[in-house]
Design a protein around this ligand. Sequence first.
Ligand code: GMT
Length: 375
Amino acid sequence: MKIGITCYPTYGGSGVIATELGKELALRGHEVHFISYALPFRLTKYIENIFFHEVETSTYPLFEFPLYSLALASKMIEVAEFENLDLLHVHYAIPHATSAYLAKQIVKNKKLKITTTLHGTDITLVGLEPSFLPLVKFSIEQSDGITAVSRFLKEKTLTNYSIEKEISVIPNFVDTDVFKKVSINDCAFKKHIAPKGEKILVHTSNFRPVKRVTDAIRVFDIVQKEVPSKLLLVGDGPDRSECERLTRELNLTDSVKFLGKQEALVEILSSSDVFLIPSQSESFGLAALEAMACGLPVVSSSVGGLPELVKHNECGFIAEIGDVERMAKYTLDLLTNEKKYEIFSQNARNRTLNNFDKSIVVPMYEQHYKNILEQ
Ligand code: GMT
């Protein structure tokens, strides 16, 4: 198949999933054309069958705001026609589904199909804004195929937008050959972070309010009073300053490490013991999946798609949003019970291998494409 993929290239889990999907599809012999404003950040080396088409927005003085959605639609038309694409797969509905709809009206190739993958706040937050809702609903309904990354997100879409079309649930996935526990014996990083063999809790995110990173710090504050431990905070974003302030207020500056954005995620996760994800809203939780693949039990909030990923009392624990005491209790339970920890760690890895490995999920997308093209 000849597939165009559009995603946010520099930020967030939807871009990661879109890029990893494109890479896998290319390895399976499909021709993949990424159409976006920048090279997707996980596209780090040359792969046969992958092409990148940059969307450039013009800077004419009259246009106070860049016309990205229109520039994207124009590029979609160009690529779809010149490359004879079979379908456009857009990740994150806003504005990608709308640009794709527009492109489809204009392309000469009338067989071009569109599929939209709903990822999260495109449905649960931004898309619900009254000014956006009709446009998002229309654009989703006009797609030939729709996928959502969890059952939760599917239900939210059907109810919040009164959409009557079929939505296929295709979960996030991970490459378990890459995301696996690597040997950390003699690991300089671990020795530096936890010189006395302290336990390590970890959280990775883009530090948006929806991630409730301050809850991770409050959980850690309770935990470190019982068990010598450190907290690694990986990533960056709007809430980082508030998190640093809270860390100072709680006198935790020696034990909470802000690592910023990091490439060496596998090494960091392999050095850590428990993954914290106390989000306010999380349609799937790719960061938690990556941690589970590395054998980390997860302590999470009970929102969105997290309960579909983290089996409570099996590969982690789930608590109400904001219930930092309970999250701390669960974390301590894992850190003070070696046997239980080992079982949970193995369960987390196995759950990833059996349900969310790329070899299981990528064929679901291929089948989804086949279904659409046969419509
Ligand atoms: O929806 C967002 O806030 C952005 C999006 C992204 O690009 O990171 O995140 C969502 O998509 C991920 C990949 O499908 C999911 O794993 C995340 O759970 C989801 N984030 C939220 O729902 C907050």
